[in-house]
Design a protein around this ligand. Structure first.
Ligand SMILES: [Zn+2]
Length: 291
């Protein structure tokens, strides 16, 4: 794709087609999130380079599908206000009840949207990767997040301040429409996940999660522990162990040292519950209805 040019006016420099090169820095994210155990709120960020125009260290290819699908002027408007951030595993992007300081166009990795209960337990209600956007309440003019969004698999994103994305949304209806669609897709995921967690067996739910994850990260290896998967699937670790054992025994996956690997995607698709196909089908219908 030909989008060579200047990233952010005097900011980071495009170094190849859909690539940008910046110098990393470090920031602290949201207040309050730092108190959460085992959640990282510091991650490398290249805002300094974005302001100075340094071409600094390293380069990253733009992979976010929302940004790539936008006409160049709109994409450049977003990029001019964005900074590239590395997102280690368990980075907290949005926190329950906290003001949304930044929105994120996920570039690589996998973010999980969690519903957090009063007893501290959390259940995943959505997944998003390079196809997605974190900070959906901002689209509707809201300021706080009802969910916790954390990185399940380390990656990167284009981060943009809430006030900046709101201003750009006012100027560019096409971006607003893209993000509205993203919001609907996440709502669809949440609705399907609620039904799935209620009525489908754990091995089918695990298969659904693995397929959805692979679709987003493009890798057959999913680096997650079974304990973490139990949180994601709203069940006990023992149940995940049994389910993973069933899928492994059938030759569909392997599990070695905290890494689940999809060994036979075709048969895994045959063993998954209807939810995976229902989501893909609806997404396809909506895509065909998009102008
Ligand atoms: Zn299901």
């Amino acid at each position: 794709m030909d989008v060579n040019g200047v990233y952010g006016g005097t900011a980071c420099r495009w170094v190849a087609s859909v690539r940008f090169s910046c110098k990393p820095d470090s920031i602290r994210l949201q207040k309050g999130a730092a108190e959460l155990p085992n959640h990282k709120t510091d991650f490398p960020r290249n805002s300094a380079a974005a302001r100075t125009g340094s071409d600094g260290h390293g380069s990253q290819q733009l992979k976010n599908q929302i940004l790539l699908s936008l006409p160049r002027p709109i994409r450049n408007a977003v990029l001019s206000k964005s900074v590239f951030v590395e997102l280690p595993i368990h980075s907290v992007l949005n926190e329950v009840g906290a003001p949304i300081q930044n929105a994120y166009f996920i570039n690589t990795g996998l973010a999980s949207i969690l519903n957090v209960l009063q007893n501290g337990k959390s259940v995943e209600v959505g997944l998003t990767g390079k196809e997605g956007f974190v900070g959906v309440p901002l689209i509707a003019g809201f300021k706080t997040s009802p969910t916790r969004v954390i990185m399940q698999i380390a990656g990167s994103a284009l981060s943009i301040a809430a006030k900046d994305i709101k201003a750009i949304l006012r100027d560019y209806p096409a971006l607003d429409r893209s993000l509205q669609r993203c919001s609907q897709e996440l709502a669809l995921q949440a609705a399907q996940t609620a039904a799935c967690n209620r009525v489908h067996e754990i091995d089918q739910r695990l298969a659904r999660w693995l397929l959805m994850s692979q679709d987003r990260i493009g890798n057959e290896v999913v680096p997650l522990t079974q304990e973490f998967l139990a949180h994601m699937l709203g069940t006990r670790r023992a149940s995940v162990t049994v389910a993973a054992g069933m899928l492994q025994k059938a030759g569909l996956i392997s599990y070695v040292r905290g890494q689940l690997k999809i060994e036979d995607r075709g048969r895994l698709e045959n063993s998954v519950c209807e939810c995976y196909g229902a989501l893909k089908k609806q997404m396809g219908v909506w895509k065909s209805e998009s102008d």
